[in-house]
Design a protein around this ligand. Structure first.
Ligand code: 26V
Length: 806
């Protein structure tokens, strides 16, 4: 978009007047933000309409990404960048007397996701639009996003995230595209002119209203859509009979229960709980999304066999896996197709991505719940199950004794992953190792039946947000050195390899990093009143708090260093600043205790004069996308230390690498591919391999206590949890201590401690040699192009969806 700064300033002044009736001097930062986004929206809406018209006219295949989570963060900067207006707008705001940083932070993060899975969906949307691909998001417009974390005396407290308080500037309500979703009631099979008809009666009616968010491609003409559905009651569908007012109260009950459906995002990450409201949310998303896709399809076609040529549906984990029976229902009950035809169409349209192998995260819904909430859907799932089990029995006699294990319905529960595999034409993992684990272990029997369905799509991140937007100085330096090609072709970053030994380039890289560290240090100083040393190693551990992510292992290393300093106050040690950001699921007690242990450690260490020049521990409150954007550019070390086999991919690892941080990590998830790219000398790996973890689990021969007994350093560190080092009573952290020694340390923290400490020593030695450090840092940036989500999305587009640039 070519508008000059002068034009921008003039339009800004006009818009401010016509919207707020204010002059520039009177306008607040919030009004300035709203004015900028209104201006930008005018521009985007024009392109949006054009893209939609073209997509309808050309009738090319469209992809719909169904996800219960889209963790967008703020859109103002990425929309400006993609629209080609970022610097014009920033300069313009300056000319008008505003500080653009202060203006942009007026946008509330759209926190409609928990972590990696939701942020991945957001990165994918950015790449789809930037590659001119016809791909759209389908999700829920939660009134409350992921809770806000408030720290009170070192404990996490959850507050509601009412992100819609000031109106969301980017959404457009499309009441004309509303559809109805039905819950409960009874299903009757009635015979009418020799056909069996399905009659659904006495159901509850819910209105689904879409709110569309434009997804702007980078410097191109494409604007795709993210359609977020909101649930509303239907006053007209409610019959008011009595004059005594009972009906009115019934109506209010109904209204309240309907509006709950899109009220809030479930805050559990990787932990399944069979909550009725969550099931309602899932069906609501799936049914509304599918109905609008089919009504669009029907405007051009009446042959449903064409559906797989015109539509691909990708489901983000099993959460939207009810698309399978729902599409069957729509094709059979509404469009009168027979089972076999409907099944052929469905299983050629739907594709499934798996994001975890943790047993506790696998969705299994109780039969009773599905049967009463979704009676027709249950009948269909039952039929799918019958046919699926029969086909194993007849076509795979070698698996007959595995049928109970593989069934979609067994022991009173519906196994959503089994349904998703049976009903999709593609099943993919999110990193090489993860896909291998699916094929050879977790879904081995399914892989035997459907080997052609399984494939890998290693995750990626959008380099536009995670490099160009968050680290402007680095992006500028890269362009100055190798030209701007890398922006459209991130693999071109490899050109940097020729500068790894270039002293002046190294110096420039060091300057950029220092500047970013200073910015983060200022933030920490102003928000927490803690002074940190920008010469220290910024060691960053940011992600959801979970046992398998092993924040505890990091803490044990910190406490070990602390002990070394206490034992020898003159010890030579490169100063370190340990930075944590993490939310725990509200009901996950162990995770909350680990957060308290981090904050207690922080209090102890930061206030101890003996170690104050060497160690600092910072826990940053309310970790979210916007905070990640502040931390990542300043990181020296990226902690990716999950128990091998447990982290499906990780994407924070990619963001940090792209910003020049070096990884300390296990051979887990995408860390393996990062090592393959940069080579073993440019990453600090340690710990058990996934094979070793599986072996211990199989043989049951791991003894955490033996390690505790034989490693004096560990004993000293762990005993601090129970010997009044932190508190006068010793109950606070007893649970953690017991989980390690009495419950035998499920995540192998003790087992990996020794090799982790060793790897951390290696980190420190390397950091002392700045030349060698910078060389590694540049090498990491140079190889990070592979982890752009543009690469990931091209693979999905070519190998799964068969969609093409407009
Ligand atoms: C699971 C559940 C269970 C039901 C209740 C709510 C809920 C919410 C989220 C999840 C998702 C668990 C899976 C997940 O987030 N996986 C992460 O996906 C990332 C993107 O592929 C990947 O990088 C991470 O390694 C993986 O843990």
């Amino acid at each position: 978009m070519n508008i000059t700064q002068t034009e921008f300033v003039q339009s800004f002044i006009d818009k401010l007047t016509t919207t707020f009736g204010k002059t520039v001097d009177e306008a607040t930062n919030k009004e300035a933000y709203q004015t900028v986004s209104l201006l930008l929206k005018d521009i985007i809406l024009r392109k949006w309409q054009k893209t939609q018209n073209q997509q309808v006219e050309q009738d090319e295949k469209q992809m719909y990404y169904f996800s219960m989570e889209f963790l967008l963060g703020r859109l103002i900067e990425s929309n400006l960048l993609n629209a080609g207006l970022l610097s014009t707008c920033e300069e313009g705001l300056k000319e008008l007397g505003f500080n653009s940083d202060k203006v942009f932070i007026e946008e509330h993060d759209a926190g409609l996701g928990n972590g990696g899975l939701g942020r991945l969906a957001a990165c994918f949307l950015d790449s789809l639009a930037s590659l001119n691909l016809p791909g759209h998001g389908v999700g829920i417009r939660y009134k409350y996003g992921l809770f806000q974390q408030k720290m009170v005396n070192g404990y996490q407290v959850e507050l509601p995230d009412y992100w819609l308080k000031d109106d969301y500037m980017w959404e457009t309500k499309r009441s004309d595209k509303s559809v109805e979703v039905h819950f409960g009631g009874e299903v009757l099979l009635v015979s009418k002119d020799n056909h069996l008809h399905v009659e659904h009666k006495n159901f509850e009616r819910v209105l689904a209203i879409p709110y569309d968010v434009p997804i702007v491609g980078y410097e191109n003409e494409t604007v795709n859509s993210l359609r977020l559905w909101s649930a509303e009651s239907m006053p007209n569908s409610f019959h008011f009979h009595s004059s005594e007012g009972h009906d009115y109260y019934h109506y209010l009950d109904y209204k309240r229960s309907v509006e709950q459906i899109s009220e809030f995002l479930y805050p559990d990450d990787s932990y399944y709980e069979g909550r009725l409201l969550r099931l309602k949310q899932q069906y609501f998303l799936v049914s509304a999304g599918l109905q609008s896709i089919l009504s669009r399809f029907k405007r051009k076609h009446d042959d449903f066999f064409l559906l797989p040529q015109k539509v691909a549906i990708q489901i983000n984990d099993t959460h939207p896996s009810l698309v399978i029976p729902e599409l069957m229902r729509l094709l059979m009950d509404e469009e009168q197709l027979g089972w076999d035809d409907a099944w052929k169409i469905t299983t050629s349209t739907v594709a499934y991505t798996n994001h975890t192998t943790l047993v506790e995260a696998l969705e299994k819904w109780p039969i009773d719940m599905v049967q009463s909430l979704l009676p027709r859907i249950y009948m269909i799932i039952n039929e799918i199950n019958e046919r699926f089990c029969q086909s194993i029995y007849y076509d795979h006699p070698e698996l007959r004794d595995k049928i109970a294990e593989m069934a979609i319905i067994s022991y009173g529960q519906i196994h959503m992953a089994h349904l998703a595999i049976a009903g999709s034409f593609s099943v993919n993992g999110v990193a090489k190792l993860h896909t291998d684990i699916l094929k050879n272990r977790e879904m081995k029997n399914f892989h035997t039946i459907f080997p052609e369905r399984f494939n890998n799509k290693t995750n990626g991140i959008t380099h536009r947000r995670w490099l160009m937007n968050v680290n402007r100085n680095l992006a500028q330096l890269l362009s100055n050195s190798i030209g701007k090609n890398w922006i459209k072709e991130p693999r071109e970053l490899i050109q940097l390899i020729k500068y790894t030994d270039d002293a002046s380039f190294q110096e420039e890289i060091a300057k950029v990093k220092l500047k970013n560290k200073e910015r983060l240090a200022e933030f920490i100083q102003s928000e927490y009143d803690i002074k940190i040393d920008t010469q220290s190693i910024f060691d960053v551990h940011i992600k959801r708090l979970h046992g398998y992510k092993r924040q505890l292992l990091n803490l044990f290393h910190i406490l070990h260093l602390y002990q070394l300093c206490r034992d020898n106050p003159n010890i030579q040690m490169t100063p370190r600043t340990f930075i944590f950001g993490a939310k725990a699921a509200p009901g996950y007690h162990f995770a909350k205790q680990v957060i308290k242990l981090i904050t207690s450690t922080s209090d102890k260490i930061n206030n101890d004069p003996v170690v104050k020049d060497k160690l600092k521990v910072i826990f940053l409150e309310n970790y979210n996308v916007s905070l990640a954007e502040k931390i990542i550019p300043a990181a020296d070390i990226s902690e990716q230390i999950s128990t091998a086999s447990k982290e499906a991919s990780g994407t924070g690892n990619m963001k940090l690498m792209m910003n020049g941080a070096l990884t300390i990590g296990t051979l887990d998830g995408a860390n393996v591919e990062i090592r393959d790219m940069v080579g073993p000398n440019n990453i600090f790996t340690f710990g058990l391999t996934s094979e070793q973890v599986f072996e211990y689990q199989q043989n049951g021969n791991y003894r955490a206590r033996d390690i505790y007994n034989s490693d004096q350093r560990l004993r000293v560190v762990m005993d601090k949890l129970v010997n009044q080092f932190f508190t006068y009573d010793d109950v606070e952290f007893k649970n953690i201590y017991y989980s390690l020694l009495y419950n035998n340390d499920e995540y192998f923290v003790l087992k990996d401690f020794d090799s982790y400490v060793e790897a951390q020593q290696h980190v420190e030695q390397t950091y002392r040699n700045q030349k060698s450090w910078l060389k590694k840092s540049i090498t990491n940036i140079a190889h990070s192009g592979k982890f752009s989500s543009d690469r990931t999305i091209s693979e999905y587009a070519n190998e799964i969806w068969d969609i093409h640039p407009l």
